[in-house]
Design a protein around this ligand. Structure first.
Ligand code: ADP
Ligand code: MG
Length: 240
């Protein structure tokens, strides 16, 4: 627990990731220390190549750190076998990517359902609910190619939240959307944080930082700023 009373969900301590070795080694993330709490909407901001995706991939257990400590919901992600990694990703994390990554030959509902089924239980019912939550109740039977970019991203968010994970990791989720649809997507992510999830959103678009509770600045793999925003804007007030 913390002084704000909110549970720490991610604890990174001098975390580092180096790709390769010797003369071709790239230190993508260096000495990254941060605690992320339940219900926080955190924007990770930095130019291209600053280590944002690397950081997200470590927290999502897609990559393993090369130094430091990383604990997520009490689970040590630095010493973890492949099975536990998979279990962590399935139960703890929803991923949202820039290019949606939907299966083109499955409908919106089926795209969500295949992930929901991994969690067992009432997969169909939960998939319906997740798609309704992102405003796509009327589009469930459409294929990705029949949906706009913003709608496809909303399907991807439904897929990310259908198992009700405590953590949403979003890598440039508005990077291929125009302002209006980008703002709609951000409003859905904001609502996800308001319902208690921790949202970590990676972007190079500094305008999005104004809606965050907290902004982490990365430069050359180093955390150079950690700013709390006491009056975040609503997504509809953003423009870029
Ligand atoms: P960002 O998401 O901020 O653009 P990345 O985390 O993707 O930055 O990359 C940070 C640095 O690490 C860059 O120099 C990039 O080229 C390098 N990098 C990322 N992934 C790999 C990899 N799998 N192998 C080697 N270098 C990588
Ligand atoms: Mg990136």
């Amino acid at each position: 627990m913390t002084k704000s009373g909110r549970q720490v969900i991610i604890h990174a301590d001098h975390l580092g990731k180096t790709y390769g070795a010797g003369p071709i080694a790239v230190e993508a993330l260096k000495d990254f220390s941060v605690d992320l709490r339940e219900g926080e909407f955190v924007v990770l901001l930095g130019p291209s190549g600053s280590g944002k995706t690397t950081c997200l991939n470590l927290i999502g257990a897609i990559e393993v750190p090369t130094s430091g400590a990383l604990v997520a919901n009490g689970m040590d992600l630095t010493n973890i076998d492949a099975k536990a990694q998979t279990e962590y990703r399935r139960s703890m994390v929803g991923f949202v990517f820039q290019f949606f990554n939907l299966v083109p030959t499955l409908t919106a509902l089926e795209n969500v359902q295949i992930v929901a089924a991994l969690g067992g239980g009432e997969a169909l019912e939960r998939s319906h609910r997740a798609l309704s939550d992102v405003g796509l109740a009327a589009r469930m039977d459409h294929f990705p190619g029949q949906l706009s970019g913003g709608e496809q991203q909303r399907v991807a968010i439904a897929r990310a939240i259908v198992k009700d994970p405590p953590l949403l990791l979003c890598d440039e989720p508005t990077g291929s959307l125009d302002l209006d649809t980008g703002v709609q997507v951000l409003a859905i992510l904001r609502a996800a944080a308001d319902s208690g999830r921790t949202v970590l959103l990676v972007t190079h678009n500094s305008a999005i930082a104004d809606m965050a509770n907290r902004v982490l600045h990365l430069r050359d793999g180093k955390l150079v700023g950690d700013v709390t925003n006491s009056n975040p804007l609503s997504p509809s007030e953003l423009s870029w």
